[in-house]
Ligand binder design. Structure first.
Ligand code: CAA
Length: 381
């Protein structure tokens, strides 16, 4: 059993860290305040090959393994959590749908552009009345000759308006429940498709999140992904991988919060000594460091299992749940350690606390992760 990253993984981790601290971290606060999509940073990520890390070289990706991609999401998120989720959504649930379930034509048409960062990908599952209960979605895909006509509204769509291709889930027959759900690839400028309201959020402001509206949006059958009725299973299997990515995002946020808190505790003096000397503060840092170490093992283990074709749904949910709960706990403690400064925008920890909160909610709330884990236990997995 090995408990360290391979030499190659360590080298990539160093490369990601140096790039992200230099090119992304300095802009994180400004992007949060302005709530703008970081187009220039995404262009740089594309130029570095970071938008297609686990995508095979034949489709223009870096052809690296899933753990390398996870290390990248962690480092990007450590520098800027908004950019981290843009990358994670683009890759795990924006590019993998086409790579894993697309026809040869669909792969050729989209994957090279996505892997190069020329296109950004997005995933449209959630609706006003279908959040945790994803199979209750109501967007209708009515067959009409060789086309489907889509009508409905999606909400909380990460990368909304900035993605060029969306994997959209709709039902061909509401009476069929999960078995009617079908996936489609919808391009940005398709007539009948428009981006609705931009969500005003607590945090993760540079990851623009929008409504998507489909009004008699005609899609040729060649844009259907997989067979009719396969959409729910496609969505669930993609989310298994996506949740490892969100676990890595949580890990990055937790590490950033810890780094700030440790630095502050060692430099801030009260009662004529660094506050790190007080057990009340040192024990908080000890607790944070322990939880982060445990989260890292869970996230890397889930990535290892996925890469090696081992069952990983339960491990993905465990990693997502634990790492994102750790992010929230670490960011909250970091604010406490920094005291009044922690609550101020002068320091990054208040942003980290706002950004951490959503990681416990999206790609399946942490209550849904417990449900997935419990279902796996019931099946003896
Ligand atoms: N892989 C493949 N198939 C799966 C699967 C998986 N991981 N999980 C379930 N399925 C299959 C089941 O085997 C079943 O198939 P059969 O009927 O043939 O047996 C079918 O799907 C239905 O399964 P369930 O009965 O378990 O489905 P359910 O309706 O009870 O829902 C759920 C399960 C886990 C609650 C699911 O609805 C869920 O994950 N909800 C959360 C939704 C979610 O994560 N949304 C995230 C939105 S994307 C996002 O957040 C991105 C972002 O912006 C960051």
């Amino acid at each position: 059993m090995e408990f360290k990253l391979s030499g190659q993984h360590q080298m990539m981790q160093k490369l990601f860290r140096e790039f992200c601290q230099k090119e992304i971290a300095p802009y994180a606060a400004e992007n949060d305040v302005k709530a703008v999509f970081p187009t220039e940073i995404i262009r740089k990520l594309g130029a570095q090959g970071f938008m297609g890390i686990p995508i095979p070289a034949e489709y223009g990706g870096a052809g690296a393994d899933f753990l390398t991609y996870i290390l990248c999401v962690e480092e990007v998120s450590r520098a800027c959590a908004s950019t981290g989720v843009i990358l994670a959504v683009h890759t795990s649930v924006g590019t993998f749908p086409i790579l894993n379930f697309g026809t040869a034509e669909q792969k050729q048409k989209y994957v090279p552009k996505l892997a190069a960062g020329e296109y950004v990908g997005a995933f449209a599952l959630t609706e006003p009345d279908a959040g945790s209960d994803a199979s209750a979605l109501r967007t209708l895909a009515k067959k009409d000759g060789d086309d489907y006509v889509l009508n409905g509204t999606k909400i909380f769509i990460s990368n909304g308006g900035h993605a060029q291709v969306y994997t959209v889930f709709a039902t061909v027959d509401r009476a069929l429940g999960a078995k009617g759900i079908t996936a489609f690839l919808v391009e940005k400028d398709t007539p009948g498709f428009r981006v609705g309201a931009i969500e005003k959020k607590m945090g993760l402001n540079a990851d623009v999140t929008t409504e998507l509206i489909f009004e008699d949006c005609r899609i040729p059958a060649s844009q259907r992904l997989g067979k009719e009725g396969e959409g729910f299973k496609i969505a669930m299997s993609l989310l298994d991988g996506g949740r490892i990515g969100i676990g890595a995002q949580g890990l990055g946020i937790a590490q950033a919060a810890f780094d700030e808190a440790l630095k502050y505790a060692q430099s801030r003096e009260q009662f004529n000594q660094p506050i790190f000397n007080f057990q009340a503060i040192a024990f908080k840092l000890a607790e944070m460091a322990t939880q982060i170490a445990a989260a890292r093992l869970l996230v890397y283990q889930a990535a290892f299992r996925k890469e090696n074709g081992l069952p990983n749904g339960k491990q993905a949910s465990m990693a997502k749940m634990f790492a994102t709960d750790t992010a929230m706990a670490a960011a909250t403690e970091a604010v406490q350690i920094l005291g009044g400064y922690g609550y101020s925008r002068e320091y990054p920890v208040e942003r980290l606390m706002r950004d951490a909160k959503i990681t416990q909610i999206y790609e399946g709330t942490n209550q849904i992760q417990r449900l997935v884990i419990a279902k796996a236990l019931e099946k003896g997995l």
